[in-house]
Design a protein around this ligand. Structure first.
Ligand SMILES: [Zn+2]
Length: 212
């Protein structure tokens, strides 16, 4: 059980040149969805990210993990011990969060990014520590000092990644045809397959989170 990753490819990527991801870099978009998605898919931006996590808990993938997204290529007074002098995009995965610097994440946005972090940690064998899960400001402390900003839930994220949060009542959100419209319903686990089938028959996205 988990969230759905939607694929919305960006042309803004290049090769990892044989490197693999060793760390996750968290960002804030400083702009609303879907404008931020449009920008990160615009060749003129020369920027992208692996993923965007929206305020309603949608997870949009823009660049495959095996390719180099352009999210943290400028290094300026870094405080990241794993920076090795080469472009950090070569060996990191960037997650953008819809919001403004200083915003806290919405509850479902937090659950979605927690789930996404868990998937990437498992997939790439990324250690759960402050050297391997970092904010953009650790790479550029000058022009990106507020990315992802003071509202980002670092303490809760590390607590949950180290084995806190799990299960009780699943909550389903269904972004309908218009992505700005969604409903959130609580269902018992036993009813979930029926709800998912109903969503599928209506071609409605069905994101599932489990409340602690
Ligand atoms: Zn950033």
């Amino acid at each position: 059980m988990g969230f759905v990753i939607e694929w919305h490819p960006s042309p803004n990527f290049s090769s990892r040149e044989g490197r693999t991801p060793i760390a996750i870099v968290d960002h804030i978009t400083a702009g609303a969805f879907p404008g931020c998605q449009d920008w990160l898919c615009d060749p003129a931006a020369q920027a992208s990210a692996g993923y965007i996590v929206t305020k309603i808990g949608r997870i949009i993938q823009l660049v495959k993990d095996g390719a180099k997204a352009w999210h943290a290529g400028v290094v300026n007074k870094p405080s990241w011990v794993l920076y090795d002098g080469s472009n950090p995009n070569l060996y990191t995965i960037g997650i953008e969060h819809e919001g403004q610097p200083g915003d806290t994440l919405t509850p479902i946005q937090y659950q979605a990014t927690l789930w996404l972090h868990q998937q990437l940690i498992k997939q790439w064998g990324i250690p759960v520590d402050t050297d391997h899960i970092i904010g953009h400001y650790r790479i550029d402390s000058v022009d990106r000092a507020n990315c992802p900003g003071s509202g980002f839930p670092w303490t809760q994220l590390f607590k949950d990644l180290k084995g806190g949060s799990v299960v009780a009542t699943p909550v389903v959100t269904a972004p309908v045809v218009d992505p700005d419209l969604y409903v959130m319903v609580k269902v018992r686990t036993s009813k979930l397959p029926a709800l998912q089938a109903a969503c599928a028959s209506m071609e409605v996205a069905c994101n599932v989170i489990q409340l602690p």
